[in-house]
Design a protein around this ligand. Structure first.
Ligand code: PGA
Length: 252
């Protein structure tokens, strides 16, 4: 598989019936793809719906994970529980969770916990704003370095980085492919500094932030990323279907 598209449902939809509709639609289109892998990250309560029939077509992911192994942590869900529920991926450090108070240190423990359990962490990073002086580059570099603090080299290739500029999430327009390409190079350079070139080359770098069926092709092909992290469009069955087909067509 060449490209990876991950759907982050966030806290949507509000009914089981709607969730079932999205799941059925994504599984159907996934069965027709040849170069694109799909991961669906519904809220915890819908994970069992997604893990049923056709689970081999679409991988399952969660939107967060506890840094602890188990115990008295009300409201938390452990990595072991996620694995037991069929999750192969977990989103870690999404900017919406960082806005609720998560810092790089906590995020690095979540990344480590996921890896210990054999779950692929999708680490989200991205600057809040862009300044002319380019200080955002340092913000991004530190975020990557600190969120991966203590991660062993041998696990590096299993990590996925989702570069999501905060200002482009939930926005009208995505970042331009040219800027995505430039920043993806910077992300890969930072990963090389941390893990060495051989390991860093194996790490997938995705883009996220206002991706839809119209802009997906140019973002993937001109932005030089390994795939996409999609929010709103991932719970729109028709739009997501077109997005997946568009990405799959790129190297057909
Ligand atoms: P969006 O969200 O596609 O709705 O902008 C992306 C994300 O937050 O992962």
């Amino acid at each position: 598989m060449k490209y990876l598209v991950i759907g982050n449902w966030k806290m949507n939809p509000n009914t089981k019936a709607e969730a079932q509709k999205i799941i059925a639609s994504v599984k159907k289109v996934a069965s027709q793809l040849s170069t694109t892998s799909v991961v669906m990250c519904p809220p915890y309560v819908y994970m069992s719906l997604a893990y049923g029939k056709g689970a081999s077509l679409v991988a399952l992911g969660a939107q967060d994970v506890a840094p602890e192994i188990q115990g008295s942590y009300t409201g938390e869900v452990s990595a072991t529980m996620l694995r037991e529920s069929g999750a192969a991926y977990v989103i870690v450090g999404h900017s919406e969770r960082r806005a609720m108070g998560e810092n790089d240190e906590l995020i690095s423990r979540k990344v480590a916990r996921a890896l210990e359990e054999g779950i692929i962490p999708v680490l989200c990073v991205g600057e809040k704003t862009r300044d002319k002086e380019g200080l955002y580059m340092e913000e991004l570099r530190l975020q990557i370095k600190n969120s991966l603090q203590g991660i062993e080299q041998k696990h590096a290739h299993k990590i996925i980085i989702a570069y999501e500029p905060v200002w482009a999430i939930g926005a009208k327009e995505a970042m331009t492919p040219a800027l995505i390409q430039e920043t993806a190079i910077f992300v890969r350079k930072t990963l090389t500094d941390i893990f060495g070139q051989e390991k860093a080359l194996k790490i997938k770098v995705l883009y996220g932030g206002s991706v839809n069926f119209r802009n997906a092709t140019e973002i993937v092909s001109q932005g030089s990323v390994d795939g996409l992290l999609v929010g709103r469009e991932s719970i729109n069955p028709l739009g997501f279907k077109d997005l997946l087909i568009a990405v799959d067509e790129i190297i057909k």
